[in-house]
Ligand binder design. Sequence first.
Ligand code: HEC
Length: 127
Amino acid sequence: MKRILFALAALVLLTGGAGEVPSDPSTSPTVNPHEGDAKAIEAGAKLFKRVSCHGCHGTNARGATGPDLTDDTWIRQPTDQMIFNVIKFGRKGTMMSPFKDDMVDDQIWYLVAYIRELGRQRKAEGG
Ligand code: HEC
């Protein structure tokens, strides 16, 4: 755990994204401020491994215990805000637990940007 926190702290320093951590969800942006940003996507890819999303969602998010995050099939409506909320607040009653204590909002948006980029890449490859 300490190592994960250290890695996250280092990442925050590297990306200069420390900033505020709004605890009230209504203050969070509803569109991804980092959409399509190559640096954010790279940071999201690193977070995906460091915060061990890949443990459940598989390498490159193609699905394992948790669902594939790169296909067009979503359990709920696939807005960026929904993806953000699932990561931040989790899904009650499922193995998808909240990550709000592990990452600041910007880092969660990096993950959203990364997941969206994987989806685009997959589409470009023809599914
Ligand atoms: C312990 C296993 C586990 C871990 C770790 C985990 N997830 Fe999940 N995740 C799940 C499961 C199971 C679901 C499906 C929940 C449901 O049935 O609604 C899910 C759902 C999701 C969804 C919604 C998918 C959909 O189709 O609606 C997203 C997005 C997501 N996870 C992203 C992440 C990210 C990003 C991380 C890392 C920060 C992560 N998850 C870590 C198990 C996990």
